[in-house]
Design a protein around this ligand. Structure first.
Ligand SMILES: Cc1cc2nc3c(=O)[nH]c(=O)nc-3n(C[C@H](O)[C@H](O)[C@H](O)COP(=O)(O)OP(=O)(O)OC[C@H]3O[C@@H](n4cnc5c(N)ncnc54)[C@H](O)[C@@H]3O)c2cc1C
Length: 256
């Protein structure tokens, strides 16, 4: 055993959500309230005149507007730099997750280990879903790596020994936009009037999205930053007022 367990934290409110169902639910709710969602439409540029946003160019045409929000996950930093010349302290890493073959019920809660950097929970289908570790080198691919699979297999077989010999069935990869203080960047009307950004969410942007969406919408609608978002402004890096995200288990940013 690499990391013997000396103690644990019990956190009853913690849990899991079906992420695809949540996203479809949010999209349905937004559409019901009159939001138009244009799928398969790529933003190609943001038009700026005299320091103010005036349009977005897409592969379907130009949209005139005086406010725009970029929240493009792992692509945010490159788009914001490419469109507007604003450089963000973001490193992009691949994050992966896997499921095992289906098993009879054995786990009715999430277990995670900071030492092994792995979590596991059992899905409704009986599969053990697991992830957390990220290969610590920046890249823009969503390819899966043997390095990651080996890490998860070793971690799981040590902290949940009953899973030894169980087979992995499926694996996914996505991009994580990591900041030096492991906290997101939520900002607006900074350098360019009418331009807002919500990025740098790394590997925990899903659990925060409903609440953050509400506050970013308020920011854009009222053109005034809600108090709760102020500490997340981009200028915190210039002012050495980093967030010190104590809830983050591991800091992956190679920029530190
Ligand atoms: C395997 C894996 C496991 C994860 N586990 C968790 C977890 O347990 N808990 C948690 O909270 N988070 C988790 N995350 C992280 C979470 O998914 C992200 O933090 C979150 O999705 C970020 O949301 P976002 O809206 O900022 O970006 P995204 O969800 O990446 O959405 C950005 C969107 O912008 C679109 N886009 C990009 N470029 C353009 C363009 N030029 N024009 C138009 N559209 C564009 C993309 O197609 C995409 O739809 C996980 C991620 C992965 C990959």
């Amino acid at each position: 055993i690499t990391f013997p367990i000396h103690g644990a934290m019990y956190h009853p409110p913690g849990g899991v959500l079906r992420h695809d169902a949540v996203v479809w639910g949010l999209a349905k709710g937004a559409a019901n309230k009159g939001v138009e969602i244009h799928q398969q439409t790529e933003a190609l540029d943001v038009g700026v005149k005299n320091g103010k946003v005036h349009s977005v160019t897409t592969d379907q045409g130009v949209i005139n507007c005086n406010q725009v929000l970029i929240s493009a996950g792992g692509y945010s930093a490159s788009l914001i730099h490419g469109f507007l010349g604003i450089k963000l302290p973001i490193s992009v890493l691949t994050i992966q997750a896997m499921v095992t073959q289906p098993l009879k019920p054995l786990l009715n809660h999430v277990v995670s280990s900071g030492a092994y950097h792995a979590y596991a929970n059992q899905t409704l289908k009986g599969e053990i879903a697991t992830g957390a570790h990220m290969d610590p080198w920046p890249n823009y691919t969503t390819l899966n790596t043997a390095y990651y699979i080996k890490h998860q297999a070793q971690a799981l077989s040590e902290f949940l020994p009953c899973l030894r010999g169980v087979r992995f069935m499926r694996i996914w990869g996505g991009l994580a936009d990591m900041t030096p203080d492991m906290a997101p960047i939520m900002d607006g009307n900074n350098q360019i009037e009418g331009f807002f950004m919500d990025c740098g969410w790394g590997y925990f942007g899903f659990k925060s999205c409903a609440s953050v969406g509400k506050y970013m919408a308020e920011f854009i609608a009222k053109n005034t930053c809600p108090e709760i978002l102020k500490p997340f402004a981009l200028k915190r890096y210039e002012e050495h007022k980093l967030m010190g995200e104590t809830a983050a288990l591991v800091n992956y940013s190679p920029d530190n």
